[in-house]
Ligand binder design. Sequence first.
Ligand code: FES
Length: 115
Amino acid sequence: MPLVTFSNPDYKDKTVYAVAGSHTETILKLAKEYKVPLHHDCQDGECGNCLVRVTSVDRKGRMSGFLTDKERGVLVELGKLTKDDIDRIAVDDMPSEWRLACQMIVRDEDILVEY
Ligand code: FES
């Protein structure tokens, strides 16, 4: 069962046990379900208000994650991804540490979500 820990310097950390294998829940949906005060607006990958930093907290390291063109564009616009980052992610099949919570699906991995 994946563990998702939400962290913000203004709030006490909150650890959520996500449902393994659902592969349909976004970070934002999980945050709302567990009343984590994660900023959001459009919920459609356009405004960038739900920007989060995601890191691994288990030994396996992060699983790669698919970025849609829309999410990639917003992350570039926010200055969180460069062209080099995009190339590295594509070539090395690496995950981006910056994600939009409304776009990232929770996978079977333990992660820290800073918001
Ligand atoms: Fe707007 Fe996620 S809520 S991009």
